[in-house]
Design a protein around this ligand. Structure first.
Ligand code: MG
Length: 155
């Protein structure tokens, strides 16, 4: 068994939808980024690549590559899951925390779990998503953007 950790943060950007864990969420601007800005999915991708010691998201999907402009991050996650499977790894568990002062995410967590699990081709009982704030402190507390942490276990 091998473990990996991932972290990502993106700033808010007006005029695009907020996508977290592949779910479009109303109530806040979207996140800047070469892809759809889905910081949660990016953190999970880095956790999975870390567990397999296969580099990071920038290695596989460079932000200066036009192929990944406005890419759906869930599709990138599907690609990474396939890469791990091809190397003989099975994804045993993913646990993630989204750090955001706004919007309130708790009622969206179940849909995120389903979307992420489907993208990785695993049962949703193997995917955990949590949401927290930083109590007004730091860049997430000031509402400048959203951060995410993830841990992955692969067998
Ligand atoms: Mg990112």
């Amino acid at each position: 068994m091998r473990t990996g950790v991932g972290f990502d943060a993106h700033r808010f950007k007006e005029g695009r939808p907020l996508v977290l864990g592949g779910v479009v969420i109303e109530g806040a601007p979207g996140l800047a980024g070469h892809s759809d800005g889905d910081a949660l999915t990016h953190a999970i991708i880095d956790a999975l690549l870390g567990a397999a010691a296969l580099g990071d998201i920038g290695t596989h999907f460079p932000s200066d590559d036009e192929r990944w402009r406005d890419a759906r991050s869930l599709d990138l996650l599907t690609g990474v899951a396939a890469l791990l499977n091809a190397r003989g790894y099975a994804i045993a568990h993913v646990d993630a925390t989204v750090i955001a002062e706004r919007p309130r995410l708790s009622r969206h967590v179940d849909r995120m779990r389903t979307a992420l699990a489907d993208a990785m081709g695993i049962d949703r009982s193997r995917v955990s998503v949590k949401a927290t704030t930083t109590d007004g402190m730091g860049f997430t507390g000031r509402g400048e953007g959203i951060a995410a942490l993830a841990a992955a276990l692969v067998e």
